[in-house]
Design a protein around this ligand. Structure first.
Ligand code: MN
Ligand code: MN
Length: 318
């Protein structure tokens, strides 16, 4: 079971302006092969399917705990996309002018026939955006798709039942996720996108180190000699460094008040990059209130039902 709190992990800045092109790129971090839906579902299925959990309890606890954290990451990516899309259509004529219903029904119909409607295309700005799904399939909000509109799919989940193989896969998955985040960071300087990417670069770095440590403890292999694949340093990313100076890269948050307590048997020792002591905090990360986004005009749009016109046609047809 899982418990939910109405907070999000990232403290987003107020957007300067809409950025639908950045929103389209950020979709890769949601529903791409290496997106947050993939990390969430890989660890979730591996934890459901875990065999031998009494013997391998610390590894089971780690998977369950990181899976819970990944839920907060799909949430953070969604809010980044939603903020980037907010205001990308102006909806200039979203409300009919005052007194429109005073017009005679016949004149209204004539007007609709000649002009198409009171606002010929309220979503016209969506037509020139490359990610049409944001304007057609959603209310200018996040979708479980990648940056090119391919839906996320279950074949991105690897849960072999072999703990060593699954942990190695998870290490690789986090490295791929990190590479995608760095590329999206380099594609857009938008402060909303970078606030989210900066936070997730740090948390993804924690997961890379966690799976490397889990593999070392399980097999005795020196995974540290494989690092950096990629370089786990966040020094080039100010939006990540602002979290690292507070030690966010050393913290494994405990996402349960009572369970999964043996994560500290894996998350301990020095951080491989700066040698700081790794700590398990017996709490969730500090959360922030979710932005309250303006409502989407309800369909059908545009126009309203005019009771006088309905009465008129009822009379004509009777
Ligand atoms: Mn993540
Ligand atoms: Mn992760």
């Amino acid at each position: 079971m899982i418990q939910r709190f109405d907070k999000i992990a990232v403290d987003f800045p107020v957007p300067n302006s809409p950025n639908p092109a950045a929103a389209a790129a950020v979709q890769e971090l949601m529903g791409g092969k290496f997106g947050e839906m993939s990390t969430l579902m890989n660890y979730t299925f591996q934890s459901f399917n875990f065999r031998g959990r009494t013997k391998y309890r610390p590894f089971y606890d780690l998977l369950c705990n990181i899976a819970a954290e990944e839920f907060s990451h799909i949430e953070a990516v969604s809010y980044a996309i939603n903020l980037l899309l907010t205001g990308s259509t102006t909806r200039a004529n979203r409300n009919k002018p005052e007194g429109a219903s005073a017009e005679s029904p016949i004149a209204m119909v004539a007007n609709l026939v000649t002009s198409g409607s009171t606002d010929p295309a309220p979503l016209a700005e969506g037509l020139s955006q490359r990610y049409a799904y944001h304007f057609i399939s959603s209310g200018q909000t996040a979708l479980p798709f990648d940056s090119m509109g391919n839906p996320w799919n279950g074949s991105y989940v690897t849960a072999t039942g072999n703990l060593k193989l699954d942990l190695l896969h998870n290490f690789f998955l986090e490295c791929g996720a990190r590479a995608n985040k760095m590329r999206v960071y380099e594609m857009t300087a938008d402060p909303v996108a970078r606030a989210m990417v900066g936070y997730l670069l740090v948390r993804g770095g924690v997961h890379i180190v966690a799976y490397a440590k889990a593999l070392e403890k399980l097999t005795g292999a020196d995974v540290g000699r494989l690092l950096p694949i990629p370089d786990v340093s966040n020094k080039k990313f100010p939006e990540a460094m602002k979290h690292e100076v507070k030690g966010l890269h050393t913290i494994m948050y405990h996402f349960s008040p009572t369970d999964y307590t043996r994560i500290n048997e894996i998350w301990n020792g020095p951080h491989p990059e700066d040698g700081q002591e790794l700590v398990v905090l017996d709490e969730m990360p500090p959360g922030f209130p979710a932005p309250d986004l303006e409502e989407e005009p309800q369909l059908p749009s545009p126009g309203e039902i005019d009771p006088e016109m309905i009465k008129h046609y009822a009379k004509v047809l009777s």
